[in-house]
Ligand binder design. Structure first.
Ligand SMILES: C[S@@+](CC[C@H](N)C(=O)[O-])C[C@H]1O[C@@H](n2cnc3c(N)ncnc32)[C@H](O)[C@@H]1O
Length: 902
């Protein structure tokens, strides 16, 4: 369904945007003189009430009456007096209104396909490395005495799904991506659970982290602001009206979430107290108040220290697609033997069989508790006793009767069985039964999650606004089963993906920003999990996990199935009921589990290759919008005529203007040679330089560069600057090689999205709007003489990130071990990037896996993965490699190199 990136040229036929309508029965403006049909609908309903009232009971029309909007849609249908009255009442219900709501009864979302940019598999990466360590391989095979299987099969496993499903990390605006999932892929009704953790409010920047390796983000900090087109676009489109825009943003996304949910599905929205009330109103509106399942306050990591009451909780708002059908599993949490000092009849039974009623001081922990089994003496009678349940019972030389109108909870035989089991105990006139803490040391999980920051959840944080694993885990376990699909439209550092992967759920996660996506990729790729035994290996997790009853040496129940001993089970001499603790499946400790294969995808519009007249189809909307985009860019260049090269160096421009007559160029300007930065301007260069701008959303294509190079060269420009927000690898290579090819020298200039932000960023310094971004320098080393007569092998080394200064012809070099991450595709097919090796230099990213494998692998394998030199590999079918370097801002810089002598 999802083609590899690079094939998008074949997707010329565009789909129209999809229009989503709001539920118009919740008319955005309840004003009878308004323009939204409220008055007409009200009058129409009154008319139906009149007519139905005149009919004999049950006041039913012979066929439903319909009220239609101007464009012919059925807005409301009623078939009886009751329904007409209900609709009329609905009209009068209060609702949340905001600027922009009344004006919009529907909204359009572009319908774009998703392309696969990258395929990753942890298992494949480790396998590649091990496969090349011959000596180690032999050791391992000896160890297992089974040369039939590769080592990794013996130790490393990942869950895989039927029908070749792979999990997905998607870059793009959640609205557009969810629309693609619905319109292109038919995923409506397929998602079992959605976890949404949107920005909590409208403070710009406060929810985002612009650098992969820096978690400190301060509000309104210029340096800290992100400069990615997707995100800035999201902001430009959303927060212009502050809270009003935020509400529209949330409602639109919730509406698409609803479409995606299965009839038994659930959505959880995580939010702080700042806007919890508004978001709940929105959820009521989109999902219906009757589908509200719970509000869950949970303790977050740290409380602010304000003047007033410190706030330590955030909230989860849980709504079902349909509360009547929602899929739900009760979770249990361990119960302390004594939780409440005021609870009565909490006792200890000593080894001698003595029962000691604990004092408040003991129950509250101020005084020691005698050793023995904790139990509660519970009532053996219940409220509404029938005649037969009121009888006299003899026990231990005394006689007992239920008091008042109460009756025994069980029959005379039942009470006898309790007595025989040693479970009865007389307290004065009343007879009680001994309910040991160990009979069922669990309690159902409630909506108050105060334990979420305790018990070992101090896990490493990757992202400034990372959610607690425990919180997402509970949501997933409560509302989904193994193999179900979980969606997170606000990926961040990928907590939902991580937890879903752990529990064998399929996942899709979306983020507008490259920084969190880079973090999520690393987190998921390098994670390890317990291997939960599958009921049916062939079906994958969808067949379910194995749960068993088992006891440890101390006879404590430690399996995933535990008995629930009750008065009834003892009295009726029945085996106790059993509860499944879904978070305790059987673990097979022989295996180390890693993340299954996943893809990195993006919604990039199909690229438009500009033809001679400027744009492919000059009558199209695209042509018009490209035209105005070029005008805007020229204006920005005029106002900010500086290209930043790094190290404080710049290229200054004069007299920026559209070229007089051009086929493919966007602008021209004069530069000054020799003098850079703050120096006195020297003489203007004789020959002007040319500019071409890539598309506003999408990558610069090779064809665009080619056309521009040809024209710039013919017209005698001294240099070509290609300005874009993203660039395809071949286009980049062409730019790098242009001078050598005898064409005009060219430079790629990364445009930062500041220029798209308009008024949003009034007080931002206009620095670095255009910057020349780095190009990875890689070296291919043939491996010498390791395998006689074998095919040649290679190693790739990342030497560093080079930034070329087009004015001084100098290169700024950053060493390879200073990049956050790099990936190697040892057989690049010019389309999708298959990561065969993944490196996180100078980090312990792979540490968990290294530890889990307990030295089963040679240390040098892991050294490779934290370094700049790849493991050896053989040439593949395409005889070329691609190296993708991730820079600090999450930018992906790709170079493609042919393998020598391959
Ligand atoms: C509060 S964070 C989520 C953190 C996540 N729960 C975690 O554990 O790391 C919100 C995320 O939503 C993303 N985001 C904001 N608006 C978005 C949009 N329109 N589409 C997709 N992602 C968006 C932001 O980039 C940010 O990473």
């Amino acid at each position: 369904m999802r083609p590899d990136v690079g094939t998008q040229a074949q997707f010329r036929k565009k789909r129209p945007p999809k229009t989503y309508r709001y539920d118009s029965s919740l008319s955005p403006a309840l004003d009878w003189d308004g323009q939204n049909g409220g008055r007409e609908l009200g009058e129409w309903l009154l008319h139906q009430v009149d007519e139905a009232a005149a009919l004999p009971p049950p006041h039913q029309f012979d066929k439903p009456r319909e009220f239609r909007s101007a464009d012919g849609r059925v807005v409301v249908a009623v078939s009886s007096l009751r329904e007409a009255v209900d609709q009329l009442k609905r009209l009068g219900r209060p609702f949340l209104n905001w600027a922009g709501k009344a004006e919009r009864l529907s909204f359009d979302v572009p319908t774009l396909p998703l392309f696969v940019h990258e395929r990753l598999s942890t298992k494949a990466i480790v396998e590649t490395l091990v496969g090349h360590r011959k000596d180690k391989q032999i050791d391992m095979w000896d160890l297992f005495g089974d040369p039939q299987h590769s080592i990794t099969d013996q130790i490393l496993r990942a869950y895989e799904y039927q029908d070749k499903w792979v999990n997905r990390l998607i870059l793009g605006d959640s609205l557009v991506v969810m629309n693609s999932l619905l319109q292109y892929e038919g995923l409506a009704g397929q998602v079992q659970m959605i976890y949404m953790d949107p920005p909590y409010g409208v403070k710009f920047g406060s929810n985002f982290q612009p650098f992969v390796r820096r978690r400190d983000v301060t509000h309104n900090d210029d340096e800290g602001l992100t400069r990615e087109p997707e995100m800035v676009k999201a902001y430009r489109d959303t927060w212009e009206l502050g809270l009003h825009s935020y509400l529209t943003y949330m409602r639109d996304r919730l509406l698409l979430c609803r479409e995606l949910l299965s009839p038994t599905g659930s959505v959880f929205v995580q939010i702080s107290d700042e806007n919890v009330h508004h978001v709940r109103e929105l959820l009521d509106e989109v999902f219906g108040a009757n589908n509200q399942c719970a509000v869950i306050p949970f303790v977050k990591t740290s409380g602010q220290t304000p003047k007033l009451l410190p706030s330590v909780a955030d909230y989860l708002l849980w709504y079902a697609r349909d509360r009547e059908r929602v899929s739900y599993k009760q979770l249990f949490v361990e119960k302390q033997a004594i939780e409440d000092a005021t609870e009565r009849y909490v006792c200890v039974e000593t080894e001698e069989g003595q029962i000691i009623d604990l004092t408040v001081a003991q129950k509250s922990g101020r005084e020691c508790i005698p050793s023995g089994r904790v139990l509660r003496l519970r009532d053996t009678t219940s409220q509404t006793g029938s005649e037969t349940s009121r009888f006299t019972f003899r026990f231990d030389g005394g006689t007992f009767n239920p008091t008042g109108s109460r009756g025994w909870s069980t029959s005379p035989e039942g009470l006898n069985r309790l007595a025989e089991a040693g479970r009865l105990f007389a307290v004065g006139e009343s007879l009680r039964w001994k309910n040991y803490h160990s009979d069922f040391p669990y309690k159902p999980l409630t909506n108050l999650w105060s334990d979420t920051t305790s018990s070992g959840f101090g896990e490493e944080r990757f992202y400034v606004v990372q959610t607690l694993v425990e919180v997402v885990e509970r949501c997933i376990l409560m509302t989904t089963g193994p193999g179900d699909l979980v969606l997170d439209p606000t990926c961040g550092s990928g907590t939902t993906a991580y937890v879903a992967e752990q529990w064998g759920r399929r996942w899709i996660t979306i983020d507008t920003s490259r920084v969190p996506l880079a973090l999520a990729r690393q987190r998921v790729l390098t994670a390890t999990f317990p291997y939960y035994q599958l009921k049916e290996e062939s079906r994958g997790p969808a067949g379910g996990f194995v749960y068993v009853r088992k006891q440890n040496k101390k006879a404590e129940e430690v399996g995933g199935i535990v008995p629930h001993i009750t008065l009834k089970s003892i009295a009726n001499n029945e085996p106790p009921e059993e509860e499944v603790l879904v978070d305790r499946p059987e673990v097979d400790t022989r295996y180390v589990r890693v993340t299954g294969p996943f893809t990195v995808e993006a919604t990039i519009p199909t690229p438009v290759d500009w033809e001679a007249d400027g744009v492919e189809d000059s009558s199209s909307q695209e042509a018009a919008s490209y035209g105005s985009f070029v005008e805007r860019m020229i204006e920005v260049l005029r106002r900010s005529p500086v290209l930043h090269v790094g190290g404080g160096k710049t290229v200054k421009l004069w007299n920026v203007r559209p070229p007089a007559k051009t086929l493919s160029l966007s602008a021209e300007a004069m530069t000054v040679s020799g003098v850079q930065g703050a120096g006195t301007p020297g003489a203007l260069d004789e020959r002007p330089v040319a500019f071409v701008f890539g598309p506003e959303s999408g990558a610069v294509s090779e064809k665009l560069v080619h056309e521009a190079l040809k024209e710039a060269h013919l017209k005698g420009y001294s240099h070509l600057y290609v300005v874009g927000f993203a660039i395809q690898p071949h286009a980049r290579t062409l730019i790098e090689n242009a001078a050598q090819m005898g064409l005009v020298a060219a430079t790629y200039v990364q445009a930062t999205p500041d220029l798209m932000m308009g008024d949003l960023l009034k007080n931002m310094r206009s620095s670095q709007i255009f910057s020349v971004c780095g190009m990875p320098e890689v070296k291919i080393h043939p491996v010498k003489g390791d395998v006689k007569d074998g095919p040649p092998r290679y190693q790739v080394e990342v030497i560093g990130l080079d930034t070329f200064d087009p004015a001084t012809m100098e290169v700024d070099h950053r060493p390879g071990d200073d990049v956050p991450a790099w990936f190697l595709d040892s057989d690049y097919n010019n389309l999708c990037f298959h990561a065969s090796q993944a490196f996180f230099p100078r980090t312990g990213a792979w540490e968990a896996l290294r530890k889990a494998l307990r030295g089963d692998y040679d240390d040098s394998v892991w050294d490779h993965l934290a370094g700049t030199m790849s493991a050896p590999f053989e040439a593949g079918e395409h005889k070329q490699v691609a190296v993708k370097v991730i820079d600090d801002r999450g930018n992906e810089l790709l170079v493609v190199r042919a393998l020598p002598n391959a």
